[in-house]
Unconditional design. Sequence first.
Length: 149
Amino acid sequence: MQIAVIGSGVERAAAAAEVGRLLAERGCVVVCGGLGEVMEAAARGAKEAGGTTVGILPGESARDANRWIDFAVATGTGHARNLAVVASCEAAVAVGGRWGTAAEISYARVLGRPVVVLGQGPGVEGEGIEHASTPAEAVELVLGLVGAR
């Protein structure tokens, strides 16, 4: 199962690393945007737990991926890559974030993917968007939502 971890903010790195670790321990492939902050932390957490990571990059070079990415996909599409991130997963966990994360949440919902927002997210609400207070709660909730589909 592939689960996206989306978001931004260096202050959210510890939470993102914990989400990545917990997902990997449950056998999930962690998909992210492949760059820094939340993306790098989630990938690091997954790799440290022996998991597999996929980075969907905005630029034209796979070498731009952070060092924790196993499989880098260079899209050359800039922010439009946000659609590819959530199209490549069965569900997403948002950790922090701003406008790009709001776009990813919206794309995920258009595609029918459930989203769990950990803590304070970018303020996107609606059907299929759940909230969690801790990384463990976010992972349990997102996996439960996928299992219920």
